[in-house]
Design a protein around this ligand. Structure first.
Ligand code: ADP
Length: 256
């Protein structure tokens, strides 16, 4: 875990986007990975920093689990997830001996690792750094914001599901953004109904429209609704590039 501290590892990073959600399981890591892949398809170089220390699911979603993080003079070299080396990833998942090992750490140790992730990963030149945060508003969020803020203004993308209980959690997330000075780029509503692959009729499994209403109420942009799509679940399980393979999916427009 030792890496040489090297200020300036974020010097070549143009934009930093934090992906936040009020609670777990709403699709925050899904949106983080698909955002990174959509940016890559738009010709951008993207890094993903997975600071969801207790649930690092991104290596699996990008079929990079078990890959090794190497050291260079300026710190850790992130893992490239594609052959063109357009998407790089750093996750605690790469530092665990076994992929299913639980991270049972107290706050100070987690915060120290987050600081190390921010200062010691040699990202090189990136158009965007997408930061996948843990659910809620924890110490880890404060540590992430405090470590990154000196380098760049931070944008926040808030993910919710349509139902009121998730929307309530997101309200707290928006308050966190306001208090910590994060610019809210917008709200994404995920799992917004299920489109039948046979008749293409969309059924609202939960309630509908909660994300859009929340965004309007909070005065922040609403960025789109991503319906449930079994092909997306499967692609994430198998580490496939959903955006490339399923351009006709109802989830495609919002993800891109
Ligand atoms: P979080 O990061 O908020 O905990 P995840 O991104 O890990 O949530 O998503 C939880 C599960 O839901 C994953 O198995 C993922 O594949 C699935 N999932 C998320 N969004 C969608 C969607 N729009 N369509 C289908 N499956 C989805």
């Amino acid at each position: 875990m030792e890496a040489a501290a090297e200020p300036g590892n974020l010097a070549g990073v143009q934009h930093i986007i934090l992906v936040l959600s009020g609670k777990g399981g709403v699709g925050k890591s899904t949106i983080s990975t698909q955002l990174a892949l959509a940016l890559r398809h738009a010709g951008k170089k993207v890094g993903i920093l997975d600071v969801d220390l207790c649930g690092p699911s991104i290596p699996r979603m990008l079929q990079s689990q078990g890959r090794a993080v190497h050291q260079c003079d300026s710190g850790w070299v992130p893992v490239f997830v594609d052959q063109e080396q357009s998407v790089s990833l750093m996750s605690v998942g790469f530092l665990l001996e076994k992929p299913d090992e639980a991270v049972v750490w107290r706050g100070p140790k987690k915060n120290a690792l987050i600081k190390q992730f921010v200062s010691d990963v040699a990202w090189g030149e990136l158009d965007y750094l997408v930061v996948d945060t843990p659910p809620g508003t924890s110490d880890e969020h404060m540590a992430t914001v405090e470590a990154l803020r000196p380098y760049r203004p931070l944008g926040a993308l808030v993910v919710t599901t349509p139902q009121a209980v998730s929307v309530g959690d997101v309200r707290r997330e928006l308050t966190f953004c306001r208090k910590t000075g994060l610019r809210v780029m917008g709200v994404v509503e995920n799992m917004s109904g299920f489109t039948c692959p046979h008749c293409m009729e969309c059924t609202s499994i939960f309630s509908s429209g909660g994300g859009e209403e929340l965004a309007r109420h909070a005065g922040v942009p609403f960025l789109g609704s991503v319906p449930l799509d079994p092909e997306l679940t499967r692609s994430l399980e198998e580490g496939r590039d959903f955006i490339q393979e399923f351009p006709k999916s109802p989830a495609f427009p919002a993800l891109t």
